[in-house]
Design a protein around this ligand. Structure first.
Ligand SMILES: [Zn+2]
Length: 72
C-alpha cells in the first residue's frame, strides 16, 4: 500500500522549492525541509517527492516551470 498521494494545485511555487515557499505535510502540517527527489514530467512541469520526517507521509507536488531552476 502506497502512502504517496499526488497533490495538485495546493502549492504554488516559483521555481525551486529549496529557495522558495516550502509545502507542509497534509497529515501533520509539519514543514517540509527538502524534497527527496525531483523529476521533470515535461519541459514545463517538474514534480517533487516529499517525505514527512515527522509522520512519514509521502506526497508529490507538481509545479509549472517557467524558467530553469535558479537559486541565488
Ligand atoms: Zn507529517
Amino acid at each position: 500500500m502506497s502512502a504517496v498521494a499526488e497533490v495538485l494545485s495546493t502549492v504554488t511555487l516559483k521555481g525551486d522549492p529549496r529557495c522558495s515557499e516550502l509545502p507542509t505535510c497534509p497529515v501533520c502540517a509539519d514543514s517540509m525541509v527538502a524534497a527527496e527527489a525531483s523529476a521533470y514530467i515535461s519541459d514545463h512541469v517538474i514534480s517533487y517527492l516529499w517525505t514527512c520526517d515527522t509522520c512519514g507521509y509521502g506526497f508529490v507536488t507538481k509545479h509549472a516551470v517557467k524558467q530553469r531552476l535558479v537559486c541565488n
